[in-house]
Write a protein that binds this ligand. Structure first.
Ligand SMILES: Cc1ncc(COP(=O)(O)O)c(C=O)c1O
Length: 405
């Protein structure tokens, strides 16, 4: 259980020192997932590019960089953060369905490993930027392998008909064309089939298709160096990451002996179990047949329950609470979709009591907003049995208006 990383005493200490709502991360849990990846894939020796979109806070990214991870970024802003957090440019790749010429120029000037392009027009735009800068742009193509990852439709990205990547046929045309260009250097092929993928089967299928395609391309004179199989390994809410051995077997086996450098882009499976959101009970109320607990965190802090129907386990911290009941835990935002948990069985908490929401380390803070003009939460990192530090201060009302003119 994740509670071993988040003991009540330190949660209370952090809530008292940093206020609530507050994201609390465990350095030990974060490093544990990172090292599990390194161990499971030791034989294949891949480049791991931590998907910063899961959680781009510098305090966590610096830990990943120090472990030898690279970064997968999806915007100029994430590239900026990656460099500041200490990821070497040679271990950064830039993904995303619509990079602007400005973002491409930034990436090329920085000297990142390669850009993952997603359409012919994007590759042509990259060529123009590279020509202007008088460089040769290393790029990889995101290919849509048409594999069903069996996950939520908002995070399923590997089926044809979605906006992501190009078909194998289209990819072949793009590579053949790029091979003729003085300003393009095709170095890799990529897929990312989705997020919260809980079985290795879809990866095996997609990796097999990618490997066959790369071989075919080589027979036509285009020799790639990198096979990038994206991220997406699932992690159950409330649990640590599942065993990686099936994933390693499914993916590494396919590319063994091909001479290709394998790349993985894990995000959620590393960050999700390593973070909780801690909120304080404001009020209790009854509405019709339902019992509500109104807390000081809201959908602007953690949108996953509203957006994906994600079910994060919750636990009272501190006093045991009153009689057991069934509650919706809701925030102060003016939306009916503003809930953090629905129909959970809990001992009744008193106003002022802390509640921990587990598995909130990924797509929690990074998807948070200032909706309803709510300053974003603070973030703290547990660094030892009784030690912690703030890695992001709570925003102020001044922060809400600081960019307005
Ligand atoms: C291209 C790409 N790589 C990696 C990831 C990370 O996925 P996850 O956080 O599920 O591991 C994503 C997530 O959307 C992505 O789009």
């Amino acid at each position: 259980m994740l509670s071993k990383y988040f003991k009540p005493a330190i949660i209370k200490k952090i809530a008292a020192g940093a206020g609530t709502p507050v994201y609390i991360y465990s350095k030990a849990a974060f490093l544990k997932q990172i090292r599990s990846y390194k161990k499971a894939f030791r034989a294949a020796d891949p480049l791991f590019c931590y998907a910063m979109k899961a959680n781009s806070s510098a305090g966590l990214c610096a830990l990943a960089a120090a472990e030898g991870f690279g970064a997968d970024v999806v915007s100029g802003g994430e590239l900026y953060r990656a460099l500041r957090a200490g990821f070497p440019p040679g271990r950064i790749i830039f993904s995303g369905v619509g990079k602007t010429p400005e973002e491409m120029a930034y990436a090329l000037k920085t000297g990142i490993l390669f850009i993952n392009a997603e359409s012919f027009e994007e590759v042509l735009a990259l060529e123009r930027v590279a020509a202007r800068l008088k460089v040769r742009a290393a790029f990889s193509l995101r290919i849509n392998p048409d594999v069903d990852p069996h996950t939520h439709k908002f995070i399923s990205t590997g089926k044809l008909g979605g906006k992501f990547g190009v078909s194998f046929e289209e990819a072949q045309k793009i590579y053949m064309c790029a091979a003729e260009s003085r300003h393009l250097n095709p170095v890799g092929a990529h897929f990312h089939i989705g997020s919260q993928v809980h079985s290795a089967g879809p990866y095996a299928l997609a990796a097999g298709r990618l490997a066959a395609f790369i071989l075919k391309l080589a027979s036509r004179g285009v020799n790639l160096k990198y096979a990038d199989v994206g991220g997406g390994w699932g992690v159950k809410e409330g649990a640590e990451m599942a065993d990686l051995a099936p994933l390693a077997r499914a993916v590494a086996g396919v590319f063994q002996g091909t001479g290709l450098k394998l790349i993985l882009e894990p995000g959620r499976s590393i960050a999700a179990p390593a973070g909780i959101l801690v909120t304080r009970v404001l009020y209790r109320k009854r509405g019709g047949h339902k019992n509500f607990i109104v807390v000081d965190a809201a959908m602007n802090d953690l949108v996953r329950p509203a957006l994906y129907g994600a079910k994060h386990p919750v636990a009272l911290i501190g006093p045991a609470g009153g009689p057991e009941g069934v509650y919706d835990i809701v925030g102060p935002v003016c939306e009916s979709g503003d809930f953090l948990a629905e129909a959970v069985r809990l001992r009744e908490p008193a106003p002022g009591q802390l509640i921990a929401i587990y598995s909130a380390g990924a797509y929690g803070f990074s998807m948070s907003s200032q909706y309803n003009s709510r300053p974003r939460a603070a973030e703290a990192l547990i660094t030892g049995p009784a030690a912690w530090r703030l890695i992001r201060r709570r925003e102020t009302y001044q922060d809400l208006i600081s960019s307005e003119i």
